[in-house]
Design a protein. Structure first.
Ligand code: 5GP
Ligand code: ZN
Length: 144
């Protein structure tokens, strides 16, 4: 729908506007393809445990410990590699939410693990930046 409107309009648009419509369509497509964007926007089901203007947290579908929560930015950021200067405050928010949820889950005192897998070698399978909050049992070593 969006792309057919754009195709019909394109010949009549000056190139800067055409460029703009193309990048908007690219952004919308990325959001509709991304499972975590769909969860953030309430278009896919998940057990959401926190949501605010910048961050959403929900239970991992395949938990590896009694508590396994994913904390994600509401806006689509592919990975740590795609972070920009303007995201500094947002990253602080994600960690603050992680800390609050750890307390809420009763795992703060015993300790927990926060993990951000990044890229193929980092084991990232969903290309929407997320912090794993894992706890409720002693963590295993070594990592990696
Ligand atoms: P990664 O491997 O990218 O660091 O972590 C992705 C995590 O997302 C995995 O732990 C996986 O179980 C979880 N996951 C993948 N798809 C879904 C989903 O549709 N819903 C939820 N709640 N978690 C998901
Ligand atoms: Zn996304």
């Amino acid at each position: 729908m969006t792309s057919s409107v754009r195709r019909n309009l394109d010949p009549f648009l000056p190139w800067p506007l055409r460029h703009l419509t193309e990048s908007i369509v690219r952004g919308v497509n990325k959001m509709t393809d991304c499972i975590f964007c769909r969860i953030v926007n309430n278009r896919a089901r998940a057990v959401i445990v926190h949501q605010d203007d910048q961050a959403t947290a929900f239970r991992d579908i395949h938990p590896v410990a009694p508590t396994h929560i994913l904390i994600v930015p509401n806006k689509h950021i592919e990975s740590v590699n795609a972070l920009e200067a303007e995201d500094e405050q947002l990253m602080g928010r994600l960690f603050r939410v992680a800390r609050q949820l750890a307390a809420q889950e009763g795992i703060a005192e015993n300790g927990y693990r926060l993990i951000i897998n990044t890229g193929a070698y980092g084991g990232q399978t969903i290309p929407h930046l997320h912090i794993h909050l894992i706890g409720g049992k002693p963590m295993r070593y070594p990592m990696g």
